[in-house]
Design a protein around this ligand. Structure first.
Ligand SMILES: Cc1cc2nc3c(=O)[nH]c(=O)nc-3n(C[C@H](O)[C@H](O)[C@H](O)COP(=O)(O)OP(=O)(O)OC[C@H]3O[C@@H](n4cnc5c(N)ncnc54)[C@H](O)[C@@H]3O)c2cc1C
Length: 758
């Protein structure tokens, strides 16, 4: 996460991590504009590079070879990455509506969301065909097909609908790969049957006749049956019907037809063409909204209609970045004139490719090698990203927001006196918090619904109060997700005690900035937090918000408990087993993320784990009679275990091989990338018997790894353990594992209570 002393004055929001926006991010990374903040909203963390997709399907490239890691690229660019799907634009309020988070405000917006085959045009296609885009859906289906083929016996029929460049290339790539897979498994590749359908009279209609000849021959030589002039009319499960009445039974049906834009664009009021593509001017600004740009497949450049191809989206990256910058700096955007002819390099799946440019063509294995070189060089630009230690070291272009905005920022930021305890102004606060809907409870006498100097709570007879506090700095540039994690982390202590969460008071600091930006960050962060608190049945009853250098959030949380049912740290009994409900590794993963050394999907998995509540897990552990429980947080797994063994007067055995680990954490720890808290935690190694024996074990560093919103570590009697683990898994904690057992205290045990095993 990059921080800057420069307050944010303009928000440029990018929807979609397509080929143009990756170029925009790279350009802003190399030449940032002070005061301009970039936010990328994208459905997928890893976005495919279209040129290499058929090569991936054919088996020549790995998943990572052909995907750009947007989480890493955004981190490199100092941009915020919101993994979400846009589903609308409120142009009056200048906000992007998303599927899973509050609206995201923008000053300037850019859309690069690609296109998808129009499956809804043909009856049944939406239900029974697999569109090649979104690519994540196609990839899942493709991977499933690859696994299916391992056990499949007998003939297998695949039908591809759409014989443009994408459809032809995909058919040949799949045919090549699947035949190879069958051969490698000692099965008969001739069991595979491929059919390619198109309503047109010929394949590859936008390419010259020589190129078409080569591909017609390749398809025929490879046994692909081509059905031309065959418009598909209807699709049922495993069945396809054409207008002419021809039918085909198919095990898989792929859709690579004419593409279009998503239906939600209709409601934006943006000027669209018949295929729902956004009409843009030569500046890439939309026809009817100067503050919104579009590029790539989704844009219809009215004066320069072109084929939908990744090459155009890539080329638009530079002018788009320049024009976004110019708009942010108050200058007029410039026109961009795309090339008329373009070179298409279309492969046949078997490391052979054809180059096609207007009437010219050439073909050969060398063309594939050349294409491979071009494609890999392109990808290198987005994968070889040098870690940026400090955003202030980024080159300064000298460009800055205009004088009027700068003076607005100065009055908004620099004139802070701090005499008010650096509190956020009451108007900003009440506007940001006014939109939240914290839960109300009968036992809250005075809370946020009737604000006063302090909250007043009622304690039901026979109950005791559990009270805890946690506070920490943002570790990701996404206030909404950070708010969710912070609330979840704070609630962890309450659940670990076996209590019911009753109320929470928030303490937050928000970076200095102009009012609208401060208000939004506060709103996003508290929205995330309130959602989590509400789901836990916990009422937010008050708080304090100040301005500071960094975004930070914490909560003092109250819980209610029957004093006889406390799950304390000191309740371990020899013979019990130790259960851990979530995988560990968040410390090393986020240290690696900051150094651009973590894959985006590792960070996604860590965030999914950190935003999962431990409420159900705690209730389950209590049902199974757990008397000892703690949430694994800053001291790491070993630190928290020692905190339990000491007051319990027992020793413990920890099974390293059984400890669940987040994806990527072993790799980042092995690379020596560890949290700054790790050295303090590692002092506890003196509590491990024969610890020198274990230092080279790949999981050893992770038992010291500090966790944020980690899982519960609890003891359960041995006879209940398996059933308890099964129930925890069924409740949505799939990584729950028995990670060790509690043993009687050894004589030396007071100093070395922990024994490791593998
Ligand atoms: C099989 C096949 C092979 C192809 N081969 C080539 C080739 O060799 N060369 C070539 O030039 N073209 C090729 N194409 C065409 C090419 O794929 C597209 O033209 C290109 O991908 C368009 O790029 P884009 O930047 O517009 O969008 P995309 O590359 O499609 O990127 C769109 C991004 O937006 C995200 N997104 C979508 N909707 C939303 C939303 N609502 N909210 C947030 N994020 C969203 C997606 O997750 C994705 O990251 C091929 C197409 C196919 C089907």
């Amino acid at each position: 996460m990059q921080t800057s002393d420069q307050p944010v004055l303009r928000d440029i929001v990018l929807i979609g991590g397509g080929h143009s926006h990756v170029g925009v991010l790279k350009r802003f990374a190399m030449n940032p504009v002070p005061g301009v903040r970039l936010t990328l909203i994208c459905r997928d963390t890893h976005t495919p590079y279209s040129g290499m997709l058929p090569g991936y399907v054919a088996g020549h490239y790995s998943y990572d070879d052909v995907h750009i890691d947007l989480s890493k690229l955004a981190e490199f660019a100092g941009a915020r990455f919101y993994r979400d799907e846009a589903k609308g634009i409120d142009r009056d309020r200048k906000r992007v509506r998303c599927l899973n988070r509050p609206d995201v405000p923008y000053d300037i917006l850019s859309i690069n969301i690609g296109s998808s085959p129009q499956v809804s045009d043909v009856e049944g296609a939406l239900e029974y065909a697999v569109p090649v885009k979104p690519i994540t859906g196609f990839n899942q289906r493709w991977l499933a097909l690859l696994s299916r083929i391992e056990i499949h016996e007998g003939p297998l029929t695949l039908a591809v609908v759409g014989a443009g460049a994408g459809g032809v290339e995909l058919t040949l790539a799949m045919q090549f790969r699947l035949r190879n897979e069958l051969r490698q498994r000692g099965k008969n590749p001739d069991q595979l049957h491929f059919h390619l359908f198109d309503s047109a009279a010929d394949i590859l209609p936008t390419h010259n006749s020589r190129v078409r000849d080569i591909f017609r021959k390749a398809l025929s030589d490879r046994g692909v049956k081509v059905h031309l002039g065959a418009a598909v009319r209807k699709v049922e499960e495993g069945l396809l019907m054409t207008e002419a009445g021809e039918t085909l039974k198919a095990d898989e049906l792929l859709w690579v037809t004419r593409a279009g834009g998503p239906a939600w664009l209709r409601d934006t009021g943006l000027a669209l063409d018949d295929n729902l593509f956004i009409k843009v001017r030569d500046t890439l600004q939309t026809e009817n909204d100067d503050s919104i740009f579009a590029a790539g497949d989704i844009a219809n450049v009215v004066n320069y209609p072109r084929e939908k191809a990744g090459v155009f989206a890539v080329r638009q990256g530079r002018p788009l970045a320049d024009n976004l910058k110019r708009m942010a700096l108050g200058k007029s955007p410039r026109d961009f004139h795309p090339q008329k002819h373009w070179l298409a390099l279309i492969s046949t799946g078997d490391k052979f490719a054809v180059a096609s440019r207007s009437h010219v063509h050439f073909a050969g294995a060398w063309v594939w090698q050349w294409k491979n070189w071009i494609d890999r060089r392109f990808m290198k630009k987005f994968t070889d990203l040098p870690p940026m230690e400090d955003s202030t070291k980024l080159p300064d272009t000298g460009a800055a927001i205009n004088a009027e905005d700068a003076s607005q920022a100065i009055s908004a930021v620099a004139m802070r006196c701090g005499g008010c305890g650096a509190k956020v102004g009451s108007t900003v606060l009440s506007r940001a918090l006014g939109e939240l809907t914290p839960l109300d409870r009968d036992d809250i006498v005075i809370g946020l619904h009737s604000p006063d100097d302090a909250a007043v709570l009622r304690i039901p007879p026979g109950k005791a109060v559990v009270h805890t506090v946690d506070f920490f700095r943002a570790f990701i540039d996404d206030p909404y997700i950070f708010g969710r994690v912070a609330a979840n982390h704070s609630l962890g202590d309450i659940f670990a005690m076996g209590a019911e969460a009753q109320s929470a008071t928030a303490v937050a600091t928000v970076p200095y900035g102009i009012e609208s930006k401060v208000e939004d960050v506060l709103f996003q962060m508290m929205s995330g937090a309130v959602e989590v608190l509400n789901a836990a049945g916990c009422a937010l009853v008050g708080g304090h918000t100040g301005e500071g250098k960094e975004l930070a959030l914490g909560f003092a949380v109250n819980g209610l408990i029957d004093p006889d049912e406390v799950m304390s740290k000191g309740g371990l009994r020899a013979g019990d087993v130790l259960i851990l409900t979530k995988p560990i590794g968040t410390g090393t993963l986020f240290a690696a993320h900051a150094r651009l050394a973590a894959k985006g999907r590792w960070i996604d998995a860590a965030l999914a784990s950190m935003t999962q509540s431990s409420k159900l897990a705690a209730e389950c552990l209590r049902r199974y009679g757990s008397r000892a429980c703690t949430d694994v947080t800053g001291f790491g797994l070993l630190g928290h275990l020692v905190e339990m063994t000491r007051p319990s007067g027992v020793d413990a055995e920890l099974d390293l091989s059984a400890i669940p680990i987040l994806p990527g954490a072993e790799e980042t720890a092995a690379a020596g990338i560890l949290s700054t808290l790790q050295p303090a935690n590692i002092r506890l190694r003196r509590g491990i018997r024969d610890q020198e024996k274990w230092v080279s074990h790949p999981k050893y560093p992770l038992i010291f790894d500090p966790q944020t919103a980690g899982g519960l570590l609890a003891s359960v009697s041995a006879d209940q353990a398996q059933a308890c683990v099964q129930e925890l898994k069924a409740l949505g904690y799939p990584h729950t594992a028995i990670i060790g057992r509690v043993t009687a205290q050894d004589m030396q045990g007071a100093i070395e209570p922990i024994t490791l095993k593998d």
